[in-house]
Design a protein around this ligand. Structure first.
Ligand code: GP9
Ligand code: MN
Length: 415
């Protein structure tokens, strides 16, 4: 059928353009360990190793990075589906859609996601998130992705004191999760989705350990305060993982889901960064989110190559010693010898080793200098930019990913 042809064309593209022959030296270092994945609500990389009012914003994470693998040029790749898009990217190594949320529009597709793959290897799989189970259509999509269990809002005890903003405070969330986690068959893959560092970043004074920033943006001012709160919640979670003995038998992965400070706060942000104004080049650089892989007993290392959420699936599966030769996705193992040429945003923007392409402008990635011929100017020659060849590849790759989703093409494929 036509759909069959489509999937083989996509498989060929991936074989030629994405896959690498060699598996990394770290293949299997975490074989049979639990995988604890923490999705950090709205946490951007700019708070890492940074200060507000002379105080570190995320002292625990800053410390953790010292003995973890830390990817300092890791970008979120989400669109309108926000947290759910980041979940989709991580579990599938496919791109989210350019409009709407794939969790809603294609929640009943056939997938071959991390929970299904790990489930087949004997893992129990679960998500912990203290919100309504149908928010982002999670209950439906989690079944399609192969999760065994969703510890949603009903799995937690909610009181007037332990809620703020969107719901259960992160410290109470992790504290109550520990008991559930101990009941799970091992090894387990469990995803934890934090909530307190979510717009509009509210926190009561007794929970706030640092003073807000001072600018015209209440959003940015309070962002630092809730980010610190989440940092402390994670510190407490690590402590409890150690106390219960689960720490040693697990690897712990932490990732920011998407930006928390939008371009509306640019004036306040430029004040924070002590800059006159933020350019669109800088806005793209602000799309970096922390990605931290903590393997107890392993030394830390900072990775500077460009990376993104599309790469999480192959990276984690390889650490767990799972072969991905037959997977259909667009990411690579971040510890492998072959890295992606570009990290694509859903709107066709991208970052490559040399360039940042945003809003149809090409910039030198290192200097931020603009490289295009002026679009509006009168030129006899055809305007061109050094970003053009990569731009075409980005369009192709996004198209292939969309075809898989729109055509529900994994129905025609045996993994
Ligand atoms: C809601 C939480 C936040 O359950 O994941 O969603 P977001 O608005 O960030 O997508
Ligand atoms: Mn989110």
């Amino acid at each position: 059928t036509e759909d069959d042809t489509n999937i083989s064309e996509i498989v060929d593209y991936i074989e030629e353009n994405v896959k690498s022959e060699q598996s990394s030296e770290l293949f299997g270092v975490a074989k049979d360990k639990n995988l604890i994945f923490i999705s950090l609500e709205s946490l951007q990389s700019f708070v890492i190793n940074n200060k507000v009012n002379g105080e570190e914003v995320t002292p625990f994470l800053n410390n953790l990075i010292e003995d973890s693998y830390y990817f300092e040029n890791f970008y979120h790749q989400t669109a309108q589906g926000k947290t759910s898009d980041s979940e989709f990217l991580v579990d599938n190594s496919l791109y989210p859609l350019s409009g709407g949320a794939v969790f809603f529009t294609h929640g009943q597709n056939e997938y071959h996601a991390i929970p299904e793959i790990l489930g087949d290897k004997g893992y129990s799989t679960s998500v912990f998130h203290a919100n309504n189970k149908d928010f982002w259509n999670r209950d439906v999509m989690y079944t399609s992705l192969g999760y065994d269990h969703f510890f949603d809002e009903t799995a937690f005890e909610l009181t007037e004191q332990n809620q703020v903003g969107w719901g259960l405070k992160d410290k109470d969330f992790f504290d109550q999760s520990i008991e559930h986690l101990q009941t799970l068959p091992k090894p387990f893959y469990s995803k934890f989705i934090t909530l307190t560092n979510h717009h509009p970043y509210v926190l009561s004074e007794e929970d706030a350990s640092i003073e807000p920033f001072s600018s015209e943006s209440e959003t940015l001012n309070n962002y630092f305060v809730t980010a610190r709160y989440t940092d402390e919640a994670i510190e407490q979670f690590f402590k409890q993982l150690k106390e219960t003995g689960m720490y040693q038998e697990s690897i712990i992965v932490l990732m920011g889901d998407h930006y928390g400070i939008s371009e509306y706060e640019n004036d306040a942000l430029s004040l924070y960064f002590d800059k006159k104004e933020l350019t669109e080049y800088e806005s793209m650089q602000l799309q970096r989110v922390p990605f931290i892989i903590h393997i107890p007993g392993e030394d830390g290392k900072v990775f500077s190559d460009i990376a993104g959420q599309i790469n999480v699936k192959p990276t984690l599966l390889h650490l767990l010693g799972i072969d991905t030769t037959d997977e259909i996705g667009f990411g690579v193992d971040l510890f492998g010898d072959k890295q992606k040429e570009f990290i694509a945003q859903r709107d066709g923007s991208f970052v490559s080793d040399e360039y940042v392409y945003v809003n149809e402008q090409c910039y030198n990635r290192e200097s931020g200098e603009r490289l295009d011929t002026d679009k509006g100017s009168f030129e006899l020659s055809i305007p061109s930019s050094p970003c053009d060849p990569i731009k075409e590849k980005v369009i192709d790759e996004l198209k292939y990913s969309d075809q898989i989703i729109y055509g529900d093409l994994f129905r025609f494929h045996t993994f």
